[in-house]
Design a protein around this ligand. Structure first.
Ligand SMILES: [Zn+2]
Length: 329
């Protein structure tokens, strides 16, 4: 009896211990869900979206720019700085809009170990000032000290995410960071990244084939132009009123006339504005030429409505593709 009962008792005890361990493990996971997640802070929308696509439930992503806020005027609050400091990963662009980040890094307010700079993972180009484009230098600045403006001319164009191939490179960098921070879940990050990269590749293929055979190859922006990476990627030409990060919204007469003549000379049926634009210049050009206005979303940030509908980078890029296809045919 003894020899029979003893092993059974031991076996039952092991089972009970296993169940207890499992139960406590479960309850612990449930109660610590938010603190177990990798905390990611981003300045603007694209890397927030990429991080969610790759990290899914394993990450908690906060975008500093609130929906509907113009991204070039962003200033962090003291609370934002605390959150950046406590985050596992902080992602920003690395351009002129992020000068405040460089200042925080210089003052050791935030740690360089946990930052990811999007521009580090792509081939960055400088913002172009092309013919017809209005730049601050065009205007009479006699007597003004304009160091910022001179600085801006040499700035790298920060809108790197507008090329889907760059979105893939940035997403891969995010995957690598997540694996380094949380190696136990490396398999899941890889699976999610591969699925997302495939969707981005499909997007890139669709852009390539859409612009391959059409009547036109010129886009007219009666607005700012933050799309250099996108137009470069697909061999499109463009004319625009202002550079991408320009604070200018009041066009001078020469700019208005240049754009109107371009639309007339090349019989261009559609002109573009960007999201959250007052469209004032576009309306003037449209009235003068009969061209219709379309939107190209620069995806710095989402509007309040887009955020409420959880619109993704992919959806915004497909809507852009639809409008560009319309304009080119
Ligand atoms: Zn910008």
């Amino acid at each position: 009896m003894h020899t029979k009962k003893h092993p059974f008792g031991k076996f039952a005890a092991i089972i009970i211990i296993c169940v207890l361990v499992l139960l406590s493990a479960c309850s612990q996971t449930n109660s610590d869900v938010s603190s177990d997640k990798i905390r990611i802070i981003t300045v603007n929308f694209p890397p927030a979206d990429f991080s969610r696509m790759i990290g899914k439930d394993l990450v908690e992503v906060r975008q500093l720019l609130l929906p509907g806020v113009e991204s070039h005027v962003f200033e962090p609050t003291p609370q934002d700085i605390i959150e950046i400091r406590e985050a596992d990963l902080f992602i920003y662009g690395g351009g002129l809009s992020d000068t405040w980040v460089e200042n925080l890094l210089k003052d050791n307010e935030i740690s360089p170990d946990n930052t990811l700079i999007m521009m580090d993972y792509v081939t960055a180009v400088t913002e172009e000032i092309i013919r017809g484009m209005q730049h601050e230098h065009d205007q009479d600045h006699a007597g003004e000290i304009d160091d910022d403006d001179n600085h801006h001319r040499q700035e790298k164009d920060e809108h790197v995410w507008t090329d889907p191939k760059n979105a893939i490179k940035i997403s891969e960098a995010i995957q690598d960071k997540l694996i380094a921070l949380d190696p136990d879940n490396a398999g899941e990050y890889r699976t999610n990244y591969n699925a997302f990269a495939k969707e981005l590749n499909d997007l890139d293929d669709k852009w390539s084939s859409a612009v391959a055979d059409n009547e036109r190859d010129v886009l007219i922006f009666a607005d700012r132009f933050p799309f250099r990476y996108l137009t470069d990627a697909y061999g499109l030409k463009y004319y625009a009123a202002f550079p991408g990060c320009s604070a200018e919204t009041e066009p001078n007469p020469a700019t208005i006339v240049f754009l109107i003549n371009k639309v007339r000379d090349e019989s261009i049926p559609y002109i573009f504005t960007i999201e959250m634009s007052n469209q004032a210049l576009a309306k003037t050009v449209a009235e003068e030429t009969g061209a219709e206005i379309l939107q190209l979303h620069s995806i710095h940030n989402r509007t309040v409505e887009e955020a409420a509908e959880a619109v993704s980078y992919l959806e915004l890029m497909y809507k852009n593709l639809e409008n560009v296809t319309k304009a080119l045919n």
